[in-house]
Design a protein around this ligand. Structure first.
Ligand code: PLP
Length: 400
């Protein structure tokens, strides 16, 4: 049945991890995949998550029945509040609907489908670079995908002129995917002033903000500040979406917990959006998974557990920041050519290093350090133990 069909290209991040796992070099380092690692370079199940899971295992009142179409109610409601704040006007006015989805990816897909099919949105703008699946998901849904330059290699910062140009010249009704915080892969976020300018242009030009919030807490360590951009747009009365992922900040990667928040200015549109998105969900995943959503809702709805969880998020963000500082200091001490301030200026999990493909290949071949060809480095793969090794290797790659 597949004769003559070309195989699809490999997914780089998984290909890298497979190669890393096969590599038996003792000092190998995986800086590819976007997951948190402890100081001991181990995956981390948050202790508060473990505690809740133990409770769930012993809770005989829980069962395995299907959830309602929109997912677990206590999860969707608490996720909306985590996103928009307990005092959100949009929530009070019942202008928000949360649809549980299969991870942040499922939420992006669900939102993309809803807009394309029922809101006549056919054009999407995505930053170049971005999380590669943005182009994949919107492209597969049928959109005309337009990318615009976001990264300025001369300043190792944002290409602000290009961002503004794209906003000002996009056809009315275009969808803009906006990473709310800790932009993947660049770690470069707009300042508050820039967000305000983006919002002003989007209002004027009648563009649709589609936020993607996959790293709430990972930039500042504070959940409230990291949701600022979304809350600001919501306060301006935009019709907008936000895809929330709980993979990173709860460490629930393979439990696939996500939420599509649909925020509208006209309350009567909620029922319409809900009916359609539920039907799309029905045809895609039929019913949402319970386990991860129950963990998130249990934590968010219990003051003590919530505080404990916030502590975990802060701990992860603090470790990443420390790794940034250490790497920066090492590169400065080594006198590695070029400016490395962007190591400490960028936010979140990723360091968009500016290393070119040849340098990346050199790191993998000579040092068994695995990272993406774009030069993106997952800062969580660094530890105090492998720091010197990695910094020296980068120095060699740059000076070689
Ligand atoms: N959006 C961005 C920007 C991401 O980086 C990721 C994951 O890496 C996702 C969405 C999807 O996350 P999930 O694993 O919850 O599907």
């Amino acid at each position: 049945v597949f004769s003559g069909v070309e195989p699809a290209p490999p997914i780089e991040v998984f290909q890298n991890t497979a190669a890393f796992n096969k590599d038996d070099y003792p000092y190998k380092v995986n800086l590819s995949v976007g997951v948190y690692r402890t100081e001991e370079n181990k995956p981390w199940v948050l202790p508060v998550v473990r505690k809740v899971e133990m409770g769930m295992a012993n809770d005989m009142s829980l069962n395995k029945e299907y959830l309602p179409m929109a997912g677990l109610n206590s999860f969707t409601e608490s996720a909306n509040r985590l996103l928009l704040g307990d005092d959100s006007t949009a929530i009070r006015e019942e202008r928000v609907f949360g649809m549980q989805c299969v991870g942040g990816t499922g939420a992006v897909r669900m939102g993309a489908e809803l807009l394309y099919r029922y809101a006549n949105r056919k054009i999407v703008y995505i930053t170049d670079p971005s999380w590669p699946n943005h182009v994949g998901v919107f492209g597969d849904t049928g959109y005309e995908v337009r990318t615009y330059s976001y990264w300025d290699s001369r300043t190792s910062g944002m290409d602000w002129d290009s961002v503004k140009f794209s906003l000002k010249n996009a056809p009315e009704g275009s969808v803009f995917v906006l990473q709310a915080v800790a932009h993947n892969p660049t770690g470069v976020d707009p300042s508050k002033e820039q967000w305000m300018e983006i919002a002003t242009i989007m209002k004027e030009r009648k563009l649709f903000p589609f936020f993607d919030l996959a790293y709430q807490g990972f930039s500042s360590g504070d959940l409230e500040s990291d949701a600022w951009s979304v809350r600001y747009f919501a306060s301006l009365g935009f019709d907008m979406f936000c895809a929330q992922s709980f993979s990173k900040n709860f460490g629930l990667y393979n439990d696939r917990v996500g939420l599509l928040a649909i925020i509208v200015s006209d309350q009567s549109h909620i029922a319409i959006a809900k009916s359609h998105v539920e039907l799309i969900g029905r045809r895609v995943h039929a019913s949402s998974p319970h386990h991860g959503a129950r963990i998130v809702s249990t934590i968010l709805n219990n003051q003590a557990l919530r505080e404990e969880w916030k502590g975990c998020v802060t701990k992860m963000a603090t470790r990443i920041k420390l790794m940034r500082q250490k790497l920066y200091q090492k590169l400065v001490v080594l006198g590695t050519p070029g400016s490395w301030e962007h190591v400490v200026q960028q936010n979140g999990m990723f360091f968009y290093s500016g290393l070119n493909v040849r340098q990346v290949e050199f790191l993998t071949k000579e040092y068994h350090i695995y990272l993406l060809k774009s030069g993106r480095i997952n800062m969580c793969g660094l530890t105090l133990e492998n720091m010197d090794y990695v910094a020296n290797a980068i120095h060699e790659a740059v000076t070689n």
